[in-house]
Each structure stands twice: as structure tokens, then as C-alpha cells.
Write a protein that binds this ligand. Structure first.
Ligand SMILES: [Zn+2]
Length: 484
């Protein structure tokens, strides 16, 4: 009887703590009406984006950027479309096609703001052309959408920024601090343009208050348990590393095989890697993302997120269940290339595989190498880093900085029903090349995407609604106009 009483008392105390923690969550801010109604000729702005989509600035799959003449034509088009912006900004062409714009601010002692976008696009996958409802490089406006490769990734941010700058320049507005627009020409194949711009800025001693690049967006139906649009102003980016595993053997005729071969040895190593993922962890940007989105979630999720001391293992198990959320809580390891053998009756003397790793902030390439050595546990497997695309995970930016609060305020003004949070970028962007040139970096574009829209990025039927593009332009305009 005493025992039961103690248990009951314990349970009551526990529920009181859970409830208290859950209730401590701030209420979601009330939803004001959209407070930005700047006059924009939506059709004309859409027309200019459509024109930009007609120039095929394609970074080829083999790693070849588009012909420099294509970027010259693109630069000429921008100059013709945005004469006011080009009157007030200095423009430099860097590295065969990238563009750096400088708009001198009123106060040259204040740190500048660095705004990134890229002008190149990925090719249309051969064989999928017929899936497009409108030609990918036709720049067609139909059914209320601007259609074409680059409508979401990433020409809309190039023309959107210039639309905003052009309108402000026409009014005689001058930024309070210097603005830098950095438009890379080969983001999709590594970003040598961004590297060259970053090197030029570094040589000039430029250090920005904050950097903003593509990456985050407003999503609908993606974050489990949240029905409202979720604006993720990303505060960090995962790193990128590839490792080659190589097994060697004597080789010979396959009619008298030894008990172990290069292929079987490599296969065992791959299975071990697959069966021993990197340990899960809720890293700071994800932690903060959950905390900020929690008020918009159902009761169970709210209780779990606010009582992490008790529910963390459960939360991690839930996040590990889906590929996207799993990628948020660990460094992922994926085998992507496999090579061995030349003929069906020859034992190969070498078998190799490449595994691609996306590093969680806090995990280094060296730490993953150690993990691989441990789990493979076979000195006969050579492990080496591979490929030119490597980068460590970014530092985690402050989600409470003045810059973050500014971006969040502008987003709430333009998207009153959105839950504004932060997050972790799973892919790599040009921003990674600017490390050390800013106090904080964020990845966000003010466009609402659902699961279907996300498939259009690098997929078929890439498009943006004319009204959504106008809202993006308004967002940029307000963001610049109210810069602290
Ligand atoms: Zn992109």
C-alpha cells in the first residue's frame, strides 16, 4: 500500500513537471494582417524573371560551366532590365561569369550585408523533357505561373534582389550600410565563382554583419505535426566528405577462387558501415528549430520537446524514422559508387567503393574517418578521402542576432500565418565558400513550398506562382528598406 502511494505521488509530481515545462512554451505570436502592400507591377516583374529563364545558363553534369558568352548575355539582360539598380551599384565581373555588385551605404563605418544567389541552373535530365508542361527554357507564363529551370533554384533570387534594389534606387533611397550582391555562375558544380568572389572580398578586408543565401524556405506539410507554413531561416549547413574504400587481392582465374576475394572483403566492409551509422545527436540548430516550432505542434509533441530530459531517446527514435529527419540528427553515410572486375571469369585484384558523408555540425571529417576505421576493423581495407567537393560543417550562427530578428520580423510581416523558426541545411550552397567573412550566415528564401514543389527543384516542371514571386520581391524590398 505504501509503495503504491509513493508511486502515485511520484506520478503526480512527474505530470506536474511535464505540464509546467510544456506550459512554459511561449504562445505563438498573434497573426497580424500582411503589412506590406508596396505597389509592384506583378506581371511586369514576372515577365522579367521569365526572360531570365530563357537564357540557358546550364552547369553540365560533367562539371562544365555554361559558355562564358551565355553569362555575358545574362549580365547584359540584367543591366537592361534593372537600369536604376545598375546606375547606383558598381558591378564587377569575376571568374568568367560571376557578378559582384556593390551599393555604397550612407555610413561606410558600418559592416556591410552580403546577399548571395546563383545564376547557373542544373540541366534537364535526358529523357524527362516530355514531362515538362512548358519548355524548361521557354520562359513561359501560363496558368498564373512562371515556368522554367531556375524559377525556384535560383534565378528568382537574382532577379528578385535586383527588382527590389531597382525600385528603391528609383525612389532615391540609399542603404544605411553597404550592400553586396554576389551572384555565382557555377554553384551547381562546386562554386569556383563564389570562391573567387570570396577571395576578392577577403583581399579588400570586407567583413559582413550577415550573409544571406538560398536554402531555407517556407514549407507546408513538411514539418510533422505543424499545419501552418514553417519558415526555416537556416543557421548552419552540413559538411560534405567522400571516402574511398579499397580492397586488394592477388586476382587470378575464377575457376579456383580463394576463400576471400577483393569483392567479398569490400562487401563485408560496406555492410559493417551500413549497420553502424554515426551516433544520433540533437545539434544546436535542430534543437532550436524544434523549440521554436513546438508551440505550433500538437500536445504530445509539445510535451516531448519541452521535456527533453525525459523524452530525448523517444524524440531521437521518432526523428531517425524518416530519411529527412534522420539527416537532421546525425552525420549520414551513403554508399554511392562501386567498382570492381573486368570480366566474368577474372578475379579482380582491386575492388573499391565511394561513400558520401554529410557532416553534422560538431562532427569533423577526421572523426568520421576514425569511425569508419573502427567499424570496418579490417587493415586490408584502405580508407582515403576522395573527390574535390569537400567542406566541413559550417559554424552554427546565432538565432537571436539582430540580423536574424530582422529577417524573422520581415517574414512575419509578409507571411502572417507562418511559424518562424531556424534549422540546418542538408545540402551545400555557395555560402560555404564565404566562411570567415561574416558574423552570422543564414539560408532562406521567402517562398512557400509544399512537398510537390520541392520535387520541382532539380526536377521537372520547375515553376513559381506570379503572386508568390511578387511576394518575394516585396520581402526583399522590405528587408532592405528596414535594415537595422
Ligand atoms: Zn541553388
Amino acid at each position: 500500500m505504501r509503495l503504491i502511494l509513493i508511486l502515485l505521488l511520484g506520478l503526480a509530481a512527474l505530470s506536474a513537471v511535464l505540464a509546467a515545462n510544456t506550459l512554459r512554451l511561449p504562445a505563438l505570436p498573434p497573426q497580424p494582417p500582411a503589412s506590406d502592400t508596396a505597389a509592384i507591377d506583378e506581371q511586369a516583374a514576372a515577365g522579367r524573371l521569365a526572360e531570365a529563364l530563357r537564357i540557358a545558363t546550364v552547369s553540365a553534369a560533367g562539371g562544365q560551366p555554361a559558355d562564358p558568352a551565355t553569362f555575358a548575355a545574362f549580365a547584359e539582360l540584367l543591366q537592361r532590365q534593372f537600369p536604376n539598380a545598375h546606375r547606383v551599384m558598381r558591378r564587377e565581373r569575376i571568374a568568367d561569369g560571376s557578378l559582384l555588385y556593390t551599393w555604397a551605404g550612407q555610413d561606410s563605418t558600418r559592416k556591410p550585408v552580403l546577399l548571395l544567389a546563383h545564376m547557373d541552373v542544373v540541366p534537364v535530365e535526358p529523357g524527362t523533357e516530355s514531362r515538362w508542361q512548358q519548355p524548361p527554357f521557354g520562359g513561359v507564363i501560363a496558368d498564373g505561373y512562371v515556368w522554367g529551370r531556375g524559377a525556384l533554384d535560383d534565378k528568382l533570387n537574382v532577379t528578385g534582389l535586383l527588382e527590389a534594389a531597382d525600385a528603391l534606387a528609383a525612389q532615391g533611397w540609399q542603404p544605411p550600410r553597404t550592400l553586396l550582391f554576389a551572384f555565382g555562375h557555377d554553384e551547381e558544380i562546386g562554386g569556383s565563382g563564389a570562391q573567387a568572389i570570396a577571395a576578392a572580398l577577403k583581399a579588400r578586408g570586407v567583413h559582413a554583419e550577415f550573409l544571406l543565401d538560398e536554402g531555407g524556405a517556407l514549407t507546408v506539410g513538411i514539418m510533422p505535426g505543424v499545419t501552418r507554413p514553417v519558415a526555416t531561416i537556416m543557421a548552419a549547413e552540413k559538411g560534405y566528405a567522400s571516402f574511398r574504400l579499397t580492397a586488394t587481392a592477388v586476382g587470378g582465374h575464377s575457376s579456383q577462387p580463394p576463400p576471400d576475394t577483393a569483392i567479398s572483403r569490400l562487401a563485408r566492409a560496406l555492410v559493417r558501415v551500413q549497420e553502424h551509422p554515426m551516433p544520433p545527436r540533437i545539434a544546436p540548430p535542430v534543437d532550436e528549430m524544434l523549440a521554436r516550432a513546438a508551440p505550433a505542434m500538437g500536445l504530445l509533441n509539445r510535451v516531448a520537446i519541452t521535456n527533453r530530459w525525459l523524452f530525448e531517446p523517444l524524440l531521437i527514435r521518432q526523428l531517425a524514422a524518416g530519411p529527412v529527419s534522420n539527416a537532421l540528427i546525425r552525420s549520414t553515410i551513403a554508399p554511392t559508387l562501386l567498382r570492381a572486375g573486368i570480366k566474368d571469369n577474372v578475379l579482380p585484384s582491386e575492388a573499391s567503393a565511394v561513400i558520401n558523408v554529410r557532416l553534422l555540425p560538431g562532427d569533423s571529417t577526421a572523426a568520421v574517418a576514425t569511425h569508419l576505421h573502427q567499424v570496418i576493423g579490417d587493415d586490408g581495407i584502405k580508407i582515403s578521402t576522395d573527390g574535390p567537393f569537400a567542406s566541413e560543417a559550417s559554424a552554427v550562427s546565432d538565432p537571436d542576432s539582430a540580423a536574424f530578428r530582422h529577417l524573422a520580423d520581415v517574414t512575419r510581416a509578409l507571411f502572417p500565418d507562418a511559424v518562424v523558426t531556424t534549422g540546418l541545411m542538408l545540402g551545400a550552397t555557395d555560402a560555404r565558400h564565404y566562411q570567415g567573412l561574416y558574423d552570422n550566415r543564414y539560408n532562406f528564401m521567402p517562398v512557400t513550398l509544399d512537398a510537390e514543389d520541392l520535387q520541382r527543384v532539380h526536377g521537372s516542371n520547375e515553376r513559381i506562382a506570379v503572386a508568390d514571386y511578387a511576394r518575394l520581391v516585396r520581402w526583399y524590398r522590405r528587408m532592405l528598406e528596414t535594415l537595422p
